[in-house]
Design a protein around this ligand. Structure first.
Ligand code: FE2
Length: 382
């Protein structure tokens, strides 16, 4: 049972169902009117600016009409607007604000080595033909920040076909893609076969590349497994073990830099643990190779900052946090580079390893996925 109550001030109304009660302000309702004068019918874009809405906007009356819609009349415009009560409930904001720093939105799931039991993955041919399979696979990347891909073609530039599944390549000074070739033999093992510490790529860019694709074309060397670590899970673990350390890494900017080739000088000033203003955990940057001199931490906090940075690294290096898998030719993995760290384990034998990598944009992936979720049912009905 739906009921409405307009406050005597006209500044807000209260909508009550059997289970919840939510208040909506006059200015918010007016700005979110869905009528044809306020929103373009075709694409839903807003046609007015806030200055077109009177400062003293009030709710004169509100009622539920025969069709169940919420009819609101605004003064001083004397404008009547119809709202879908389900839309209002879905967009309710009269809720308790999160009181923890480092919260994650619904649908984002932190993980550790336990995810090894079922590494998120998809079959390349299936993903190209079956939209349900593609939606499922993209859903893995949204939920876990990475997914594997299997049974792809063993041919150069196949990684672009992976990007074609969800978006567009992001080109950088490393090119449209980059080659990762490793020759492993006993004499140079020490130089090329060593493992790398788990890291996010290119934290010196602003914005960072938000998606990375790594595609395997040759893998005859023993060892060299790929490894991923959930930066969100690591940050939350740091928060639980050392809340002050978590706050130091979140509240102060680190600096990152890459100037390793002619004509390139990439620098950024961002925290290792990035929170939204309301405390949502939105990003992790961690890369020992490109961390520059940190100069934005006050003198009296620097030692504690370094202790937190060390502890964060120890959590990331803890094997209980890592998921490992070996990429065979024709296999790839996609990581959300704002969240999931990746690394390569060391080699133990001879051979070659050849991967191709490229970057893409997470907003494009997310758009493809969300459009499938929001409009998928419509498509299926057509
Ligand atoms: Fe990397």
């Amino acid at each position: 049972m739906l009921a409405l109550d307009v406050d005597r001030s006209g500044r807000f109304l209260t909508m009550k169902t059997d289970s919840v009660s939510c208040r909506f302000h006059a200015i918010w309702l007016r700005d979110n009117a869905q009528d044809a004068e306020t929103r373009a019918v075709g694409n839903g874009q807003r046609l007015i600016t806030l200055r077109d809405i009177p400062t003293d906007t009030q709710i004169a009356a509100a009622e539920i009409d025969a069709s169940g819609a919420v009819q609101v009349r605004f003064l001083p415009e004397n404008k009547a607007v119809s709202f879908d009560p389900d839309w209002l409930m879905a967009h309710a904001y009269d809720t308790a604000a999160p009181d923890v720093r480092g919260w994650l939105p619904e649908g984002i799931e932190p993980w550790d080595a336990g995810l090894m039991r079922s590494v998120p993955s998809g079959d390349f041919a299936e993903l190209r033909q079956d939209r349900d399979a593609l939606r499922h696979w993209l859903g893995h990347i949204v939920r876990y920040g990475f997914a594997k891909l299997e049974n792809g073609p063993v041919e150069e530039n196949a990684l672009f076909q992976v990007v074609d599944l969800f978006g567009f390549v992001r080109e950088t000074n490393y090119g449209r893609h980059f080659e990762v070739r490793t020759e492993v033999n006993p004499t140079n093992l020490a130089f090329t076969g060593l493992g790398l510490q788990a890291h996010t790529d290119n934290p010196y860019r602003d914005p960072v590349p938000t998606i990375q694709v790594l595609y395997c074309l040759e893998s005859s060397a023993a060892g060299g497994a790929n490894m991923v670590v959930d930066g969100f899970a690591a940050a939350l673990r740091l928060r639980d073990e050392n809340p002050d350390g978590f706050a130091l890494l979140a509240d102060h900017c680190a600096r990152f830099e890459y100037a390793g080739e002619a004509g390139v000088c990439l620098t950024s000033r961002r925290p290792m643990i990035e929170l939204a203003p309301d405390g949502e955990l939105i990003g992790v940057r961690f890369n020992n190779r490109s961390c520059a001199a940190i100069t934005d931490v006050p003198f009296d906090k620097m030692e504690a900052y370094y202790a937190a940075y060390r502890q964060f690294g120890e959590i990331i290096d803890n094997t209980a946090m890592e998921v490992t898998f070996r990429l065979e030719p024709g296999e790839a993995f996609v990581v959300d580079n704002t969240r999931v760290l990746h690394a390569r384990k060391g080699y133990s034998g001879e051979g070659t390893r050849w991967l191709q990598g490229c970057y893409a944009d997470r907003d494009g992936l997310r758009s493809t996925y969300d459009a499938m979720i929001r409009f998928g049912a419509l498509e299926a009905a057509e």
